[in-house]
Design a protein around this ligand. Sequence first.
Ligand SMILES: [Zn+2]
Length: 160
Amino acid sequence: MRYLALTCSQCSAPLEVAVDQEQISCAYCGSMLLVSHLHRSAATPDEKPHPHPRQSEINQLDAEWETYRKQSLPTNSLGEYVIPDPSSCLAAMWMTGIIGGIVTVVSFGVRAWPIAGLAVIVSAGIIAVLWKQSKIAPVYERSLRNYQSLRLQLMDDSPV
Ligand SMILES: [Zn+2]
């Protein structure tokens, strides 16, 4: 399952939405949201009628999180953040290994040394990229949980 990292249009909390999901209820503000309205192309943050007493700290945390997402997640053609699916990365690594192995063996057999060398280099390069991608989701999920608990803490806290 592929997930997109979107933002709640009511409270700007982060939402992880499966690509085929149509509706989601925000874990922070409880709003029922239509996923099609959350995509970046249509995103216009609403003015919040009652800002939280610790709104500036929440905004700061959100901004830091947004920076983190921007640095760590790849984007699709719409500029939306995509969380790479580790299992499809693994499957693609296997495919690359098998195809690269076959090309290498066949070109060794016909003594096409440059092609054999190239096949090894190219498939190793692709596998390295896929390996890196497969590591994104677990790290991202840890950071997300951390961010979510910090945000919930801020929202629960009343000012002193
Ligand atoms: Zn919300």
